[in-house]
Ligand binder design. Structure first.
Ligand code: SF4
Ligand code: SF4
Length: 228
């Protein structure tokens, strides 16, 4: 497995381009999401190691230690720890195999990067945060409302980001960041993560295939330029 410190700038540049592509795409939507609306900022968030590395590199070295001390203090937090990745799930479904059961916490805690109801790492927030969107305020409806096509697009981006980081790993935000921090410090941390996988099949329903193709071809171009 590729260690996070060996992830090269090409992968990180490709990830930035994927984020920009998605953010531009989502800008055309009429969404209820606004600054300080942060009910979705919880410890249910997962990400890839490449995304974690982007966060790690964005931290000011002078304050990085304090950030990791805070993450360490969150080690006991109630959180979602995925049993598999999106590409694993897609493969199991395509093979008509039963995916392992996931355990979602009933009441996840607040994300450790949330400060005064705003994200302290907003420019480098992972895709799992970018794609948490809703047409109606979640506080009013109780959950995010998204149409099926938006869900298809989100899943496609998740699959491509994992493919880009296929030698890396995924997991809960706290676990991924603590593992990256430990690897950078050449120490170890007991942080359960799952190995990433390349794409074997994309989960795009037939009725969305034509509509999704311009975005997909741009994503293909980006990951090919990154050597994937
Ligand atoms: S997904 Fe829901 S809670 Fe999150 S910013 Fe949008 S409206 Fe607010
Ligand atoms: S990283 Fe930022 S945007 Fe994502 S859940 Fe945490 S506070 Fe919210």
């Amino acid at each position: 497995m590729k260690k996070p410190e060996n992830l090269n700038d090409t992968s990180l540049e490709a990830l930035s381009r994927i984020y920009r592509l998605y953010d531009d795409y989502i800008n055309s939507f009429s969404l209820a999401c606004t600054k300080y609306c942060a009910d979705c900022c919880t410890t249910a968030l997962t990400l890839t190691s490449l995304e974690g590395m982007m966060i790690y590199k964005s931290l000011d070295p002078a304050t990085r230690k304090a950030v990791f001390e805070k993450l360490l203090a969150c080690s006991d937090m109630n959180r979602f720890r995925p049993a598999m990745t999106t590409n694993q799930y897609a493969r199991l479904c395509s093979e008509h195999r039963e995916p392992p059961e996931e355990n979602y916490p009933e009441k996840p805690d607040k994300c450790p990067f949330l400060e005064n109801e705003a994200c302290s790492i907003y420019p480098v927030r992972p895709f799992g945060c970018r794609c948490m969107i809703s047409e109606q305020p979640c506080r009013r409806t109780g959950s995010a409302s998204m149409d099926d096509f938006a869900l298809t697009v989100n899943t496609m981006f998740l699959q491509v980001i994992e493919h880009l980081d296929q030698e890396g790993f995924s997991g809960n935000l706290i676990d991924v960041m603590l593992r990256i921090g430990a690897e950078q410090d050449k120490t170890s941390a007991d942080c359960p993560t799952v190995a990433n996988h390349p794409i074997t099949v994309l989960m795009i329903p037939p009725e969305h295939q034509r509509k999704v193709s311009p975005l997909l071809s741009t994503l293909n171009h980006i990951i090919k330029q990154a050597g994937r």
